[in-house]
Ligand binder design. Structure first.
Ligand SMILES: Nc1nc2c(ncn2[C@@H]2O[C@H](COP(=O)(O)OP(=O)(O)OP(=O)(O)O)[C@@H](O)[C@H]2O)c(=O)[nH]1
Ligand SMILES: [Mg+2]
Length: 369
């Protein structure tokens, strides 16, 4: 240990985490900017790349071979900005940790100011903000500005500390504060700052430093409708996730819709197509299961979405799971009904057992992690 320590006694003062997906062309210019901005501060930089097809990880490793301050963490078969940032933080070692995007939209020139505020203990968290005085949205269009402001307003529902720009992906936090939030983090979606602040056991002391958001020069935005959806799921998880899993709530809501689809198909098969009840009911079950699978695959399990051939296998496994669920549902229903308790309770109990079974087993077999 002493031998190890004697090699370089100067402590790293800032660990910087950079989440990336397809940012190869941004790596070199970003590192040049960081190097210049952090002059005089001992830093390490960890790029957490979700196996970008453009070879971002290789690009980082090529530089890392010659520069020990830099490292790539390459994740396979995973996506998600928040989880990438958390894993980067866990792989880092300084007592002060920063997060910055790879696309140079964040102004690295304010990094020393953010770092200093946390390192000196003036705050737990220093946020690069577009909304405080002198900050700005750069050349964002009106629509994106309104969406961002709406999302900021919604964040107020879960945050214990008021922050003017909780959507920011540019901040510096003390390792102590990060570790205190860690057990409660949801790590869903894109908004790690909201997650971090909402998961803090005690309100954090926050400082905000204004900066002007720049436009992207290379690469593409990864923002899409999924980001908005995952943000809502994150808020829901923060609001009631400690009581009941959000995924289960979504699964049951989809099941409710599936029941309507079932009844509609049954009605059409009986009244319009004039099928026998057995056939009509079988067709309705098949349609409803397919509907449930497709909608759950799109929303409830968006992060593990099955496509191509895996969609077909997933659908078949879902049929199987639901079939067993239906048997459990009927079995429990009959058991309670026979015990001479009201038919309503028997029906509800059967449905609950069926739903829990379908949810639990499909999460293991159909939408495997
Ligand atoms: N590891 C990882 N990084 C991601 C993922 N999605 C986005 N990123 C990175 O997170 C940072 C922010 O993503 P952007 O697409 O720039 O999001 P944005 O800045 O809100 O949107 P734009 O203004 O359109 O660029 C960038 O460095 C991305 O490469 C992901 O799924 N995994
Ligand atoms: Mg960006």
């Amino acid at each position: 240990m002493d031998q190890l320590l004697s090699q370089d006694v100067r402590e790293i003062e800032l660990s910087l985490i950079v989440p990336t997906f397809n940012e190869r062309d941004n790596i070199v210019p970003l590192l040049e900017k960081i190097e210049a901005a952090l002059y005089g501060i001992r830093w390490e930089l960890i790029v957490v790349d979700d196996n970008s097809p453009d070879g971002t990880s290789n690009q980082v490793r090529e530089i890392a071979r010659r520069d020990r301050r830099i490292r790539a963490v390459q994740r396979i078969g995973r996506r998600g900005l928040s989880s990438a940032v958390v894993e980067g933080m866990l792989a880092s070692s300084a007592s002060v940790i920063g997060v910055i995007d790879a696309d140079m939209q964040h102004d690295e020139a304010i990094l020393p100011q953010l770092w200093k505020a946390v390192a000196r203990g003036e705050c737990d968290l220093a946020v690069g903000s577009r909304y405080v005085q002198d900050g700005g949205m750069g050349e964002w269009n009106q629509k994106r500005q309104s969406i961002s402001r709406g999302a900021t307003w919604l964040a107020g529902l879960v945050l214990k500390t008021q922050i003017s720009d909780p959507m920011s992906g540019f901040f510096v936090v003390s390792r102590r504060a990060f570790e205190a939030s860690l057990p409660r983090l949801s790590t869903i979606g894109f908004k790690i700052l909201v997650d971090l602040v909402a998961s803090a056991p005690q309100p954090l002391k926050v400082i905000e430093v204004p900066y002007e958001f720049r436009i992207r020069s290379f690469g593409e935005s990864k923002l899409d409708s999924a980001v908005a959806w995952e943000y809502l799921v994150l808020l829901a998880d923060k609001l009631f996730g400690h009581i009941i899993p959000v995924r289960f709530v979504l699964f049951v809501a989809v099941g409710g819709l599936g029941l309507l689809v079932h009844l509609a198909s049954l009605g059409i098969s009986l009244k319009i197509l004039d099928l026998s009840f057995l056939l009509a009911q079988s067709v309705a079950v098949l349609i409803a299961m397919t509907f449930n699978f497709t909608v759950n695959n799109f929303f409830t399990y968006r992060d593990r979405r099955l496509t191509g051939l895996r969609f077909i296998y997933g659908l078949l496994s879902f049929y199987l799971v639901c079939l067993v669920g239906a048997v459990a549902n009927v079995g429990v229903g009959i058991y309670i009904y026979d015990a001479d308790i009201t038919w309503l309770l028997a029906g509800v109990a059967g449905a609950i057992v069926g739903a829990v079974w379908n949810y639990a087993v499909s999460s293991v077999f159909t939408w495997r992690k």
